[in-house]
Design a protein around this ligand. Structure first.
Ligand SMILES: [Cu+2]
Length: 183
């Protein structure tokens, strides 16, 4: 009886310790998960600083319906711009999101050259909503929603910009960067 009580106590202690460790692991992954996801994304996309590498990987110049390549917030210039997008159509249409394979790469025009500034994750709303109960998020950030009738002629979509290669005073995940200009 004495022995059994002891072994129950031991089991109880081990069980309590296991819960405690599981709890800590959950906290750790919630805290560092977005940091490591960000490191993964940056590591996977840094090679696209070379536009030739991006084009070889299937990213092509994206223009809006008016044929404009450098996307700025013309009505509110203080908000800045996005820049020039190179998008991979196969990724935009796949209904999936992965930190290491952004649907678009965003370049800032500098002295006639294009400098990698951000990556952009894009998913068509209907494709996403077909398999998910809520809007997407990556890096702990909720996506922006753009309705149909937009300047790109895309159906309604979710997007998230991540300014991993150029600082953005409006926020790392803001849509527009006041420090980017198309002029
Ligand atoms: Cu953009």
């Amino acid at each position: 009886m004495k022995g059994r009580a002891r072994s129950l106590t031991v089991v109880g202690a081990v069980f309590a310790a296991a819960i405690c460790v599981a709890g800590l692991a959950a906290v750790a992954s919630a805290g560092s998960g977005s940091a490591s996801a960000r490191a993964d994304a940056t590591k996977a996309t840094a090679k696209f600083r070379d536009l030739g590498v991006a084009e070889q990987a299937g990213y092509g110049l994206l223009k809006d319906k008016k044929g404009i390549a450098c996307i700025a917030m013309d009505s509110m210039p203080a908000m800045g711009a996005m820049g020039v997008h190179y998008a991979k159509a196969a990724l935009v249409g796949d209904g999936k999101l992965k930190v290491t394979t952004p649907e678009a790469l965003v370049y800032q025009p500098v002295d006639g050259k294009l400098k990698l500034a951000a990556v952009e994750y894009v998913v068509i709303k209907s494709a996403w909503d077909a398999h998910h109960a809520s809007a997407p998020s990556l890096f702990g950030q909720k996506f922006n929603f753009t309705p149909a009738g937009n300047r790109f002629g895309l159906p309604a979509y979710y997007s998230l910009h991540a300014w991993f290669f150029k600082s953005n005073p409006a926020g790392t995940f803001a849509m527009w960067n006041p420090k980017v200009s198309c002029k």
